[in-house]
Ligand binder design. Structure first.
Ligand SMILES: [Zn+2]
Length: 332
């Protein structure tokens, strides 16, 4: 199976949150949340083109400084997208530092910060290193979903965490599987041409598009699909949801976003014995998180954002999460 991205939790489950979606081909990555990034190498951080922030509680946003520090002297653009207040939060972070050494001769590092609501993008701003990160007006003209690329999209819903908190879904538009045995029978080697052919399928290229697997021998996209060297299926869906109160509206909204997700990463921080505490803090218990994953029909689900009060008791949380996911828990 050929996947467009591989998701990876940046930190262990009791630590600050960040999920890296690393593209398997090309120099590109996406981050869901911006907690502590010290476990990422500069090279990995420099691949990040888009950051989606659920909300600006510290454990979801403190990694901004490392992103800034690594990127500052690079020719790079990064988009940061979050709930209302995100652009102001980015500006406040930037205002905390002194930038007298930046000028028009500096590297062209630019941050585009956008507030997203269910109605689409609201406030947005650009901050350029060459302008000492002065706030500049900028309009995000993307559609209602936060990001729409020819090969994938990122969708969002607003959940209630006492404040608006975004959950995200990465949707690969088309999964392209290569049948290696058919390739061998046809006498085609693997290589860069195949990567380009898969990309062409995902982007909806014309069937007559030609590739050159062997010197002097061409093949069209249509022939590769007809001969079943490449087979298309539904693209993978990766959903990320954290920091939400357990009430019917949140459950319905998240279940819809996570419907049949291949992978659901979901906060599961509290034991059932402490469900009242979880409710006060507007978080899910592990069992509630598992039950939501079950209701959504997620194919696989991964508990995350465990409360440090349970350090050393991770297995108890996992047992309750599994009970919810497998149907051994009645949500009340
Ligand atoms: Zn929070």
């Amino acid at each position: 199976m050929t996947l467009l991205v591989q998701p990876r939790r940046v930190n262990e489950p009791f630590s600050e949150l960040a999920l890296l979606l690393d593209f398997c081909f090309g120099d590109k990555a996406i981050l869901f949340d911006l907690g502590d990034l010290s476990a990422l190498s500069p090279r990995e951080i420099l691949r990040v083109s888009h950051v989606f922030v659920s909300h600006m509680h510290m454990d979801h946003f403190s990694g901004f400084d490392r992103l800034l520090g690594v990127s500052l002297y690079r020719e790079k653009q990064v988009h940061i997208i979050g709930p209302p207040g995100l652009a102001a939060a980015v500006e406040a972070k930037l205002r905390a530092y002194t930038w007298n050494l930046l000028n028009e001769g500096s590297h062209d590092f630019t941050i585009f910060a956008s507030d997203w609501t269910e109605e689409g993008f609201a406030t947005a701003a650009a901050f350029r290193a060459r302008r000492a990160f002065e706030r500049e007006g900028w309009r995000n003209t993307s559609t209602r979903i936060p990001l729409d690329d020819p090969e994938f999209s990122v969708e969002a819903v607003t959940l209630d965490h006492g404040i608006p908190c975004l959950a995200f879904a990465f949707q690969e538009k088309l999964r392209v599987n290569v049948h290696r045995s058919r390739l061998d029978e046809l006498g085609f080697p693997v290589g860069l041409w195949l990567t380009n052919a898969k990309r062409a399928v995902r982007r909806g290229a014309d069937a007559a598009t030609e590739f050159t697997p062997n010197a002097g021998r061409k093949v069209t996209l249509g022939e590769l699909l007809r001969d079943r060297a490449m087979v298309c299926g539904h693209g993978q869906r990766i959903v990320y949801a954290t920091d939400l109160a357990f009430h019917p509206e949140n459950v319905t909204r998240l279940s819809n976003l996570a419907r049949c997700a291949d992978r659901l990463f979901i906060e599961a921080g509290f034991l059932e014995a402490d469900r009242n505490l979880a409710a006060v803090k507007k978080h899910l218990t592990a069992a509630q998180a598992g039950a939501i994953a079950r209701q959504a029909g997620a194919i696989s689900a991964y508990p995350m954002h465990l409360s440090p009060r349970y350090l050393g008791r991770q297995d108890e949380l996992r047992v309750e999460f599994e009970a919810g996911f497998l149907g051994g828990f009645e949500s009340k």
